[in-house]
Design a protein around this ligand. Structure first.
Ligand SMILES: Nc1ncnc2c1ncn2[C@@H]1O[C@H](COP(=O)(O)OP(=O)(O)OP(=O)(O)O)[C@@H](O)[C@H]1O
Length: 280
């Protein structure tokens, strides 16, 4: 029902827009050629503008590497990486990122942590001082949206892990990025906090409709959050299965207990299992 054959690649819809994120025939080796470690090979991925996509797969298969390529932190050895219609050749400014570790600076308050990207990245940097009050107002609005109260003046070490991760999500969104890259941001949280944050993130995405790429080991999370889920093979990684997730499975918490939801997770689990057993 929700299966599609392994993509090599989604072609642009005829007459429609090109994908917002497009990796074509990408290979990447860490270290020296010859002795290096081949992380990705023949890798294709396309994500439409405003789409929420998840990448799942065995540990070490190249998921974080894919985000590094999309964000421009690394360049491929061969193949192309295009974001917003342009070849990626350096770190992109239109990207927000959140990681498993919230990586907040302990000597800065929550508000100053959230404002950090505006302080250091152009074009905001040059007008930051003049615009600080306006940015702080936006940060406060974000705090409210993610369910944080009275944290602006508190330091990271005064917050719970879940609160720190909420602050980190605010920081990733403060510059209103077109593209949000999420590297297991919910992975280290307890189950209840994690489920709350899924809903928070979904609400933000529904409101702002940025393009999102989520890496996760949690198949339930991938089905609940993403419109499409791609399974990577064991290293060298490439996509071996793609699954569209019907909107009704992502509608609300109750949907997670439906047979159709369990079926979607089961199918993904089968493909991840095959990927673990049969390295390509
Ligand atoms: N900077 C690096 N130098 C050398 N090897 C690296 C580097 N970064 C990653 N690797 C290796 O490349 C492969 C893919 O790593 P990557 O972090 O992309 O995998 P992953 O799918 O995100 O893993 P996990 O699910 O365990 O987080 C792994 O074998 C990893 O050890």
């Amino acid at each position: 029902m929700i299966n599609t054959p392994p993509p090599p690649r989604e072609e642009p819809v005829p007459g429609g827009q090109r994908p917002f994120v497009e990796l074509t025939n990408v290979s990447l080796t860490y270290g020296d050629f010859g002795e290096g470690l081949l992380a990705l090979q023949d890798f294709h991925l396309s994500v439409q503008q405003g789409e929420f996509t998840a990448l799942v797969g065995p540990s070490g298969c190249g998921k974080s590497t894919t985000l590094k390529l999309i964000s421009g932190l690394r360049q491929p050895d061969s193949g192309g990486v295009i974001v917003a219609g342009k070849e990626v050749s350096k770190p992109l400014k239109i990207v927000g990122m959140a990681f498993q570790n919230p990586t907040l600076l302990p000597w800065r308050t929550s508000l100053d942590n959230v404002l950090l990207p505006l302080e250091i990245v152009e074009p905001h940097r040059r007008s930051f001082r003049k615009e600080r009050a306006r940015h702080a107002e936006r940060a406060m609005a974000l705090f409210e949206k993610v369910g944080l109260k009275d944290v602006a003046d508190r330091f990271p070490w005064q917050l719970s892990g879940g609160m720190q991760q909420r602050v980190s999500l605010c920081r990733s969104l403060i510059h209103e990025p077109d593209l949000l890259l999420l590297d297991e941001p919910f992975g280290a949280l307890d189950a209840f906090t994690r489920e709350d944050l899924w809903d928070t993130m979904k609400a933000l995405w529904e409101e702002q409709r940025f393009t999102a790429v989520l890496i996760t080991h949690d198949l339930t999370e991938s089905v609940y959050m993403a419109e499409s889920v791609h399974v990577l093979s064991a290293r060298p990684g490439r996509i071996v299965h793609s699954q569209r997730i019907p909107p009704e499975l992502r509608r609300d918490r109750d949907a997670r207990f439906s047979p159709a939801f369990a079926d979607a997770v089961y199918q993904l689990r089968q493909h991840v299992g095959h990927a673990q057993e049969d390295p390509v």
